[in-house]
Unconditional design. Structure first.
Length: 364
């Protein structure tokens, strides 16, 4: 069963301190209406007397229909990057994002100083792969997620998705983004003023209905989509979907209700994962430090001991036992010479006991 969006007001609860602003990271394919959707939810929040902070990360956009607090175009000149590094359009966008990501800590510092923020709205480049699968996109999304509750809004063009193959392509992309970032995801079915999104909801809820739609478009891609629909059945179970029109503003209340649910998921699932990741990193660094210390002591000729106190005590006892065993170096040759014995012909009676003790020492 698909997760339904409630009509709750956008809130983030935190009893210990003032709630942090919620980051809405907007992703979607070119032409899906991301920028118009950003303009709509920005206007909606102002109408609800909520304070948004808008960040534009698209260096190639000519103009944006909303006032951006931080605009990548003010820091990195897209055309100059293309000219200086002799790059094409996509290469210029990637390089501009890489340059901007090197200073993203300054963006986080600016956000920390803002005390009255409720939401941080982030618009991304039209070429979805440029941000989703680039190093700079990963740095930006993870930096935001580590500091603030972050939700991904995947915007899809409902009109184009009337084709079941295109619909499946969007679902595959949404699934890959969710599993890559591990952040709460909301599928925003935009342009519902043109085509109602109920058909897409039915396709996700009923496998047979989607198969009937594929039968009307026989092709190799349809066969692939038919197979992938079975794989995505589990993905559909807890997927949050909202129908929105960026033109009329319908569905914004339901969208922010879904955001509230996604924020609770962030605190219940992503934050524990983040703590485990931090603990694993700290443990790995501790192991690396111990290994470096071990090599340092070996280089200095010092004795290196590892393990628990009991193991060290057993090791010291075994070493002391070994030192008490007769050996050629401790054997008094002069006494045997005086008694007429040849030191080379002397038979050591304790050889068997020495070997057994030495084996125990090695095993300890």
């Amino acid at each position: 069963m698909l997760a339904s969006a409630s009509n709750e007001q956008p809130t983030v609860s935190d009893s210990s301190e003032k709630p942090k602003p919620v980051v809405i990271l907007t992703l979607g394919m070119a032409g899906s209406g991301k920028t118009c959707f950003m303009q709509r939810i920005n206007a909606y929040l102002h109408a609800k007397e909520k304070q948004p902070y808008v960040i534009n990360l698209d260096p190639a956009v000519f103009e944006v229909p909303y006032p951006a607090n931080i605009d990548i175009r003010d820091s990195v000149k897209y055309k100059e990057v293309m000219k200086q590094y002799q790059l094409g359009p996509n290469g210029g966008i990637i390089t501009a994002l890489n340059l901007f990501a090197t200073k993203f800590d300054q963006i986080l510092s600016i956000l920390e100083k803002k005390e009255d923020l409720d939401f941080v709205l982030v618009d991304t480049p039209g070429q979805i792969e440029v941000f989703t699968w680039s190093a700079s996109g990963t740095i930006i999304s993870e930096s935001l997620a580590r500091s603030y509750p972050t939700v991904i809004a995947y915007v899809m063009d409902t009109v184009r998705c009337t084709n079941p193959v295109t619909f499946m392509s969007n679902m595959m992309y949404a699934c890959s983004i969710m599993y890559k970032t591990r952040l709460p995801l909301i599928v925003v079915m935009n342009k519902t003023d043109v085509v109602d999104n109920q058909f897409a909801v039915d396709w996700m809820a009923d496998f047979e209905t989607f198969q009937e739609a594929l039968d009307a478009h026989p092709s190799y891609s349809s066969n692939l989509s038919r197979s992938m629909s079975l794989v995505l059945d589990e993905f559909y179970q807890d997927l949050r979907t909202v129908g929105v029109s960026a033109v009329t503003g319908s569905g914004c209340t339901s969208f922010f209700g879904a955001v509230s649910t996604a924020v609770r998921e962030y605190y219940s699932e992503y934050v524990p994962y983040l703590e485990e990741l931090r603990a694993a990193i700290a443990e790995r660094r501790q192991g690396e430090m111990e290994e470096q210390l071990k090599r340092l002591k070996v280089d200095r000729g010092e004795e290196v001991k590892f393990g628990t106190g009991q193991e060290e005590e057993e090791e010291e006892v075994s070493a002391a036992t070994l030192h008490q065993l007769p050996s050629l170096s401790n054997y008094n040759d002069e006494e045997h010479v005086e008694s007429g014995d040849d030191p080379e012909e002397v038979q050591y009676e304790d050889t068997t006991m020495a070997e057994a003790s030495f084996d125990r020492f090695c095993k300890s």
